[in-house]
Write a protein that binds this ligand. Structure first.
Ligand SMILES: [Fe+2]
Length: 334
């Protein structure tokens, strides 16, 4: 499906009280289907998550979260881990959802895929959204399946007109099915396409204009892609359509090297957030003000208290005001 590549070969991948749900045991609420086509094109992005730090909810922390009720702004879960009717994951998520705002983050919608979206997958997503009524739904600018083959990865797309048309059509369809605006996340990439005719930021801005979706700015992805492609992250951030950002991700990467020995960063989510990413994050806050921020960790997952302590660093930046963040921004840019 993708066009000709250039540069590197593909790398290996290593208020706490939300409004009540429709019922105490999290049965699906009444569907909120629109009466007609929903227009997302002109309205401002509405952020329903609190402007605080959240963390990814992991099964090994379910019981401790309920027992300790840590002061965390929100939790985020991967949609595909909850696309079943019952079981322990739903048992715990339903109880935690009663205590905390929730963000649902998809990893397999295949928005950049060549074919139509998987309607059965969308059906499951619609049901999940009805069940939990999350404050936010987000997905990636990527593809992960083609011709009936599914890849356990988020693969890059060419930034050209045909891809733009296809991605926008898919996002239009998702927003229609969900009856709400979604956030689109910038990817971490290890290859670029010779057929790309616009920058990543230009592509994202055009998607926002055409579909009315918001953006999820993954600061780690921005840093990883910039290092891997020899771009300046501060300059890329200056081009990013920040006015559409409704959520930020921060995460850790793994250092590697390509065949020529050049630095290669892997978006592994297996380490604490790097100092360079914290600096970029402070730059984002200096421009945007407080914005909901998720600390992602998907490998080598530490204790809940360790994750919470790292998330508190984001909370500190979020609450320290624009002047302090501006100072950090200048420090990060030097
Ligand atoms: Fe992310």
């Amino acid at each position: 499906m993708p066009g000709p590549l250039c540069r590197r070969a593909p790398a290996k991948r290593p208020s706490r009280r939300p409004r009540p749900l429709g019922s105490a045991n999290c049965k699906p609420s009444r569907p909120r289907r629109p009466d007609g086509p929903i227009r997302f094109g002109s309205a401002q992005v509405t952020v329903k998550l609190p402007p605080r730090a959240g963390i990814g909810l992991k099964p090994q922390h379910f019981r401790e979260v309920l027992a300790v009720q840590p002061d965390i702004g929100f939790f985020e879960v991967h949609a595909e881990n909850y696309m079943v009717a019952g079981g322990p994951y739903h048992h715990f998520l339903g109880r935690i959802r009663e205590q905390y705002p929730l963000s649902i983050h998809g990893v397999a919608l295949n928005l950049g895929g060549a074919g139509p979206l998987d309607e059965a997958h969308l059906d499951r997503l619609v049901e999940l959204m009805r069940r939990y009524e999350p404050a936010s739904f987000s997905e990636h600018l990527a593809w992960s399946s083609h011709g009936g083959v599914f890849y356990n990865d988020l693969l890059p797309v060419a930034y050209d007109r045909p891809t733009l048309q296809r991605v926008c059509s898919h996002i239009d369809h998702v927003q229609e099915r969900l009856g709400r605006r979604m956030l689109l996340e910038n990817p971490s990439t290890y290859v670029q396409f010779e057929t790309s005719s616009m920058s990543e930021c230009g592509f994202l801005a055009e998607v926002v204009t055409r579909t009315g979706c918001g953006l999820l700015l993954d600061v780690n992805n921005l840093h990883v892609s910039c290092v891997n492609h020899g771009r300046d992250a501060v300059a890329s951030l200056a081009d990013f359509p920040l006015s559409a950002v409704g959520e930020v991700h921060v995460a850790g990467f793994t250092r590697d090297a390509d065949a020529a020995g050049a630095p290669l960063l892997i978006d592994s989510h297996a380490a604490p957030v790097d100092v360079a990413v914290w600096g970029l994050y402070a730059s984002v806050l200096a421009r945007l003000g407080p914005v909901p921020t998720l600390l992602e960790r998907d490998q080598d997952i530490p204790s809940l208290s360790e994750l919470h302590a790292e998330a508190q660093r984001a909370d500190l930046l979020l609450s320290s005001g624009s002047e302090r963040n501006a100072d950090l921004c200048l420090e990060g840019a030097q």
